[in-house]
Design a protein around this ligand. Structure first.
Ligand SMILES: [Zn+2]
Length: 269
């Protein structure tokens, strides 16, 4: 008799677990195309960081610095096919402020340094798929050597897809600057951007080399800048800090590997 009761209890527990499992899978499928507010659930929001988008494999020097345009396009299409929606920083800010909801799978695309090859190779692909993105430029380098010109930066901005933001004046190592020097540098870089591209509604700064000194982020936050880090971590929406946004490298990874890394880093950090 007692054994029967235990058996019944075990079977009931197993049935409940199965039922909860089926319902939650169904729920997830049902809501996969729906959008969520910041308080709804803890979304993972990767911000991908690219540098150069090059013509072919022979131009790859460092895996974190160069990605071929073919790989880049495959990553974009692959992520979209697996349900990702590319959003802008404006979307992210509004989401943080509770003014906008986001898809369960949302991601941001960024390009550091303002290399001319990103204009030549990435920009046409981004226009083709109608994807928002942000380019962090080194303001004193614009128009020199292998860097984008102001006309090209203007073209990016006028497309309505691209935001031009600051990656300092001369790609200085900010860990060697005082707080005052850091603020002056970023303010000067934005003065140059606004002289060339007009008033900027959203101002974002990305530390060169991902390096910074004590107190700089707090001071830059007070100046009104959104701040990016380069730390290979994934943003979690419930801990979203607009003054310390994590960014990760997509390298030349397959979409499968990119997704694995997002999951791993979300659990790991
Ligand atoms: Zn850089």
């Amino acid at each position: 008799m007692k054994k029967k009761v235990i058996l019944k209890t075990i079977i009931s527990i197993i049935l409940i677990i199965l039922l909860v499992g089926i319902v939650s899978i169904g729920y997830d499928k049902a809501t996969i195309n729906n959008q969520y507010n910041i308080s709804d659930r803890n979304l993972e929001i990767p911000i991908f960081l690219y540098h150069h988008i090059v013509d072919n494999e022979s131009q790859i020097e460092y895996d974190y610095m160069q990605t071929t345009k073919d790989t880049f396009e495959k990553q974009i299409i692959g992520l979209e096919n697996s349900g990702y929606h590319f959003i802008s920083y404006d979307d992210l800010i509004q989401y943080k402020e509770g003014k906008k909801s986001l898809y369960k799978k949302s991601a941001i695309l960024t390009f550091d340094d303002g290399a001319e090859d990103t204009y030549k190779n990435a920009f046409p692909i981004l226009k083709k798929y109608d994807i928002p993105f942000t380019m962090f430029i080194i303001t004193d380098y614009v128009g020199s050597d292998t860097y984008m010109t102001w006309d090209e930066a203007r073209d990016v901005q006028n497309s309505g897809l691209g935001l031009i933001a600051s990656h300092s004046q001369k790609h200085e190592d900010f860990s060697k600057l005082s707080v005052e020097q850091a603020i002056e540098n970023v303010n000067n870089s934005y003065n140059t951007i606004e002289e060339n591209l007009g008033e900027q509604k959203i101002k974002i700064f990305t530390y060169p080399y991902g390096l910074y000194g004590e107190g700089q982020s707090d001071a830059l936050e007070k100046e009104g800048y959104i701040i990016n880090l380069t730390d290979n971590k994934i943003n979690k929406s419930k801990e979203l800090n607009l003054y310390g946004l994590h960014r990760c490298y997509p390298l030349s990874d397959s979409v499968f590997k990119m997704k694995l890394k997002i999951t791993y880093r979300s659990i790991r950090y």
